[in-house]
Ligand binder design. Structure first.
Ligand code: BTN
Length: 249
């Protein structure tokens, strides 16, 4: 079920409340705008009305807590499949779940566990840029952000029907995590990998640079460091070296 609200602080926070109050698995909320949208690594997520899609899906997974980080990886390719069906071209992923159009950020996923709502309760928050701002992107985002309307979609996507399809994709992908089918998740994620073979920066400490070498069987990102060793990045932030610093929201 997809619930609609005009405005909220953050759909993730609203969904956390609903899960804590006992709402069932698979309920989602779509907001026209958020006043305190949140991104990964404590960043703000700009959430103006008319420009983006702000969606959160509540899950109650029958899976051990150790498996929950796989949800973030599983949902990313599932979301891109939906966007591809809408006609979007040139989509890809940057580990773990940045949605890219070309080399630019089209959207992102913020997964948050909700311990007070029970074992396996979590919120999957999805933000997607739908339209390029009328006056163009602000300076800080100009070289790094893209919206669906610039990716060759045949028709402007209807926000609600797109959100309904994304909700179904999230629930289905989460099912792979319940089944423990991590190999399938790696196989689904890897063809979208935009960082493989490219120079990346692994934010520290310590900060390191190297060449990305694909998803590991444990869901980390292999990076071949300049000093000749490989690391499996399991947490934190990886960005394209060509993006400069800091990574835009
Ligand atoms: C990222 O930093 O890449 C993740 C961005 C996630 C943004 C979405 S918008 C809907 C949901 N509510 C939030 O406050 N954040 C997520």
């Amino acid at each position: 079920m997809l619930r609609l609200v005009d405005e909220t602080t953050s759909t993730n926070d609203l969904m956390k409340t609903w899960l804590t109050q006992g709402c069932e698995q698979g309920v989602a909320v779509l907001a026209k705008r958020q006043t305190q949208g949140r991104g990964r690594h404590g960043r703000a997520w700009s959430s103006e009305a008319g420009l983006g899609l702000y969606l959160s899906v509540g899950l109650r997974l029958r899976a051990p807590a150790v498996r929950l980080p796989w949800v973030a990886l599983a949902v990313a390719p599932a979301l891109l499949s939906v966007l591809t069906r809408c006609g979007a071209k040139d989509l890809g992923l940057k580990w773990p779940n940045d949605l890219l159009g070309g080399d630019r950020k089209l959207g992102g996923v913020l997964c948050e566990s909700v311990a007070e709502a029970g074992t396996g309760a979590l919120v999957v928050g999805v933000g997607i840029n739908l339209r390029t701002p009328a006056g163009g992107w602000p300076d800080a985002l100009r070289d790094h952000a893209v919206a669906l309307d610039a990716l060759g979609c045949d028709a402007a996507p209807d926000r609600e029907s797109l959100a309904a399809s994304l909700r179904v994709a999230v629930v289905e992908a989460a099912g792979w995590v319940e089944e423990g089918d991590t190999e399938r998740i790696v196989q689904a994620w890897s063809p979208w990998d935009r960082s493989r073979g490219r120079r990346v920066v692994v934010e520290g400490p310590p900060r390191r640079e190297g060449v990305a070498a694909g998803l590991s069987p444990r869901g980390g990102l292999w990076v071949e460091l300049d000093e000749g060793t490989s690391v499996e990045v399991r947490a934190g932030e990886v960005r394209f070296a060509s993006w400069g610093s800091p990574e835009p929201a």
